[in-house]
Design a protein around this ligand. Structure first.
Ligand SMILES: [Zn+2]
Length: 330
């Protein structure tokens, strides 16, 4: 029995735990050892390649889907994040890509997807990616990214046997948002409001934007020339309604009311989860979270992974009632 424990359980613990090396009998250096991911070659009979539009040059490049995903994962998530978070990101990005191929005909005429994160999802070439990393972590970072993609080959997220619209964002501020509250329209059944612990431990969690009163009025006037504001009135700026996740749904500025999403764009706020204070000469917005808040939070994924969740648990947390299946099963 003891032998069994030693032979079976011990090695599996050792491969995952930090391994300490003792050097010169004095110094103890702790070094993180990534568990080696098992890579089983997946034979893509469907959707093996992707036509990627390079928005700067207008060129279209045809790439094997996973090679394309190396550039997406490394463009969208820091390589320092946990392996399970990177794997979740790889599957989310593969799903997002497939959804674009299957549902967005006409968005880009002769290509499937573009490299602009404001339109589709970020993509960075291997050369540019390596150049932006310090030399001492260059190869290990790249190995980690390719490992996350290769160890999840073919895997996608589906709902009713179709790829989901796998929205993701940087930091949910601890609670995600529905698609309806951001873009209107009907919600997707798998995009529910969920809470995630540990998001406040990341730099993306809180930020501030301070504008002078004139700047604020000028920005409002660009879109709403009729706006009139009298800062002597107590409720000159007033949040009128919050969404179920606690984000600003509508906010009043003087004689107009605008959506929280519009305020976010106008004032360059990182999210719609904000409060404000009116000072003598300025308005200060205090913002929680980063991004639209819909779907998977990247820092939330990393936080969950740090607390022991694997990529399946992370995906099931952020997308309700989904399945992880394979492209060829579609
Ligand atoms: Zn695009």
């Amino acid at each position: 029995m003891v032998l069994m424990i030693v032979l079976v359980i011990f090695p599996s613990i050792l491969t995952k735990k930090k391994i300490s090396k003792i050097i010169d009998n004095e110094q103890t250096i702790s070094e993180e050892q990534e568990p080696k991911e098992e890579i089983v070659k997946y034979d893509y009979s469907k959707y093996a390649t992707i036509k990627l539009l390079h928005t700067k040059t207008n060129e279209i490049e045809e790439l094997p889907i996973d090679e394309y995903l190396y550039g997406v994962v490394s463009g969208e998530m820091p390589a320092t994040y946990e392996m399970e978070a990177l794997k979740a990101q790889a599957i989310v990005a593969r799903t997002y890509t497939l959804y674009q191929i299957m549902n967005s005909k006409g968005k880009h005429q002769d290509s499937d997807i573009c490299d602009n994160s404001n339109c589709c999802q970020a993509w960075i070439s291997k050369e540019d990616r390596l150049n932006r990393w310090d030399e001492d972590v260059r190869n290990s970072n790249w190995d980690k990214i390719t490992n996350a993609v290769d160890s999840t080959q073919g895997k996608i997220i589906t709902y009713n046997n179709a790829p989901i619209d796998a929205f993701f964002h940087s930091n949910s501020g601890g609670i995600t948002e529905t698609a309806t509250n951001v873009w209107g329209g009907s919600n997707f059944p798998y995009l529910k409001i969920v809470e995630t612990a540990g998001e406040d431990g990341y730099e993306q969690y809180s930020s501030e934007v301070e504008l002078s009163k004139d700047e604020l009025i000028n920005k409002l006037k660009e879109k709403h020339p009729e706006v009139q504001m009298n800062f002597d009135e107590g409720n000159c700026i007033e949040i009128k309604e919050y969404t179920d996740s606690g984000r600003v749904k509508t906010i009043k500025f003087g004689n107009i009311e605008i959506a929280g999403t519009e305020a976010r764009t106008l004032f360059g706020l990182k999210s719609t989860n904000f409060s404000f204070e009116i000072n003598e000469n300025t308005i200060k917005f205090k913002v929680i979270g980063y991004g639209h808040g819909v779907g998977m939070s990247q820092t939330g994924a990393d936080s969950m992974a740090k607390n022991g969740s694997n990529f399946e648990q992370i995906i099931m947390h952020f997308y309700d009632g989904v399945q992880i299946t394979y492209i060829n099963d579609l």
